[in-house]
Structures are given as C-alpha cells and as structure tokens.
Ligand binder design. Sequence first.
Ligand SMILES: Nc1ncnc2c1ncn2[C@@H]1O[C@H](COP(=O)(O)OP(=O)(O)OP(=O)(O)O)[C@@H](O)[C@H]1O
Ligand SMILES: [Mg+2]
Length: 343
Amino acid sequence: MSADSAGLIEFDDVAKTYPRGAAETVALRGVRLRVEPGRVFGVIGYSGAGKSTLIRMVNGIERPTSGRVLVDGIDIGGLRGRPLRDAQKRTGMIFQQFNLLETVSVRDNVAMPLRLDGVSRAAARARADEVLEFVGLSDKGDRHAAELSGGQKQRVGIARSLARNPRVLLADEATSALDPTTTAQIIELLRSINREYGTTILVVTHEMDVIKDLADEVAVMADGRVVEQGTVLDTFVRPRTAIARDFVTTVVPQGLPDRVLAHVGGEGLWRLLLVDDEVTQPLVSDLITGIGVSVNMLHADMTEIQEHTVGQMIIKVTGEADRVAAARAFLAERVEHLEDVVR
Ligand SMILES: Nc1ncnc2c1ncn2[C@@H]1O[C@H](COP(=O)(O)OP(=O)(O)OP(=O)(O)O)[C@@H](O)[C@H]1O
Ligand SMILES: [Mg+2]
C-alpha cells in the first residue's frame, strides 16, 4: 500500500441488524459504496436512515451483521484487540456533540489519543500544539474545553482527530449543532485538511448545504439503503430519486408558491437550470426582442457547486401559440435543462 493510495474505504454488501426484544431493527441493507483516497464523500439521509451506523463501521465502533467494511483493503469488522486499535489510529472521528473532556485543558484533550498510544507527555503536548495551530486555536491550549464556544469546541475535536495523522477522517453531523457562519468556517477547515494532507473525509449529515459546500461525491440513503449516488454537481442538476430531489430543493428551491402557480400555471411556464457558461447568455432579452414573446421572470437564483456556477430561472412566456413554441425551441437549443413547471 503506497502512501498515495492510503485512505480507500469500501462497503461491500454491508447489512446491520440490531436485536429489539424478539424482533429486530434493520439499520443497513446491502450497502455498496467505494470512497476513493483523498476524496470528500458525503452521505445524506433523514433521521434513522442508517448514516451513523454506516460511518461507525469504518472505525470499528460497529460491526456489520453481514458484508465487509474495508479500509485500505483491511476488513475492519474482522479485527479485534490490538490490530483493531492500530487500524483505529489511522481513522479520526468528529461528532455533533464534540465529545471533549470539559474539565481538561484543550491541549490535553488533543494530546489524549497520543497519550493512550504511549507517546510521552512532552511529545504528545508538542504535537497537540502543532494541530491546535492548524485549526486556529494556538492561543487556547491552556483553557478548559468548557470555556470554549461550540465552534471552538469543534475545532478542538478536529485537532484531536488529527493528532495521530489519520488517512481517513469521519464526521458524523459535525456541524449540526453550529450556527451557519460557524458551520461555514468548520467546512472550510475540513476542506483545508483534505487539500493539505490528502485525507479522505467521509461526512454524514441531513443538511444538503453541507454536502454542497464540502463534498465531491454524495450518496443518498433511505431506510438502510443507498438509493442514489453521484458527483455533487450531477446530483444537484439531475437528481434521480424523489428523496434526492427533496434534499436538493432545500438548497435550490424548485417550485413556486401554490398561490403563484394557481395564477400563472399552464402553458409556457418553464424552469431553466443553467450551468457555467449558460448562466451568462442574455436569454430573456433574446426571447423578447428575437422571438417576440412576453417574459415574466418569476424566480431566479444562482449558487456555486464544486467550483461550478449553477443558476436557475422560472419564467412564464406568453404570446401567440407559434411564438411560444418558437421560444421553447430557442431555449432548448441554448440550455441543457429545460422543463415544464407543473402543479
Ligand atoms: N445501538 C443501537 N441499538 C438498536 N438500534 C439502533 C442502534 N443504533 C441505531 N439503531 C437503529 O438503526 C436505525 C438507523 O439508525 P442510525 O443512528 O444509523 O440513523 P441515522 O441516519 O444516523 O439517524 P440520525 O440522522 O437521527 O442520526 C434506526 O432505526 C435506529 O433506531
Ligand atoms: Mg446519526
């Protein structure tokens, strides 16, 4: 295994069942996923979809009932004792509730995993100061964790997860307890870890915003299954399942309020999704002056996804029937994603 390829995660037909009295809860059903080294991979799903169960198998906190979870080719579920602890050292994890020792200094929180590995106190503290500097908390080493804000606590959690120089970083709803600005800062920090160290990052969340800003690829989970998987851009532009569409809608609203729909519905009500260069075309003025229709702009927005610009317009085009048809043909030639908005 070369250093470059370290950080590969594979889920090979993974199922997990929890006993519940005489019955049982099925948390995962035949999950197959491959997370390439150095990628940021997001898993999104509603509460109970099986996200935490899935991610906890990567560092052996949970074991599959059947199937295998491999990290760099090693079957994590098959390990016990010392080999398991060694594998866990290569995998850092951060949590929604930070999981810090509140009455211990920030420096000692970060040094703790190294102390457990038998690293000397001085060396562990030196390493802790190094990673605390990376996460922007070099001035907080002597403070108790309890004295920090939520965002600062998560930075400590990240520093602690980095102390052993892991090839894989797992994040379970790591920003769900934070406000939007702090969330953006933590996302930027995670991205810089991925850029700088090439760490594979597996993040599970129920927030599509986090996927949009952080991940390269996304898997959508429902009821213990992966129902859709692809690049983040593709999933935003072409969601294939209803559940993926629901998540995309939380970031890029795809409809109109019912009252507006009732008013303008019917012929000539179109949604245009514009990617990169498509965004800068003077489509509306060309429709009006070139085709000779009226255009009512009902909605427009734009966002950045994986360094691509994604814009959206919902327009109502009116005029003679042949002109409306010509407008549709004109747009279909210039825009890849054009659809009717229906009630
Ligand atoms: N330790 C456990 N014992 C029994 N059942 C469990 C256990 N952990 C999870 N489950 C069950 O497995 C299913 C999946 O739970 P999981 O925590 O993986 O979902 P999740 O997608 O992380 O949800 P959330 O978004 O609420 O964190 C749920 O039905 C849950 O009740
Ligand atoms: Mg969970």
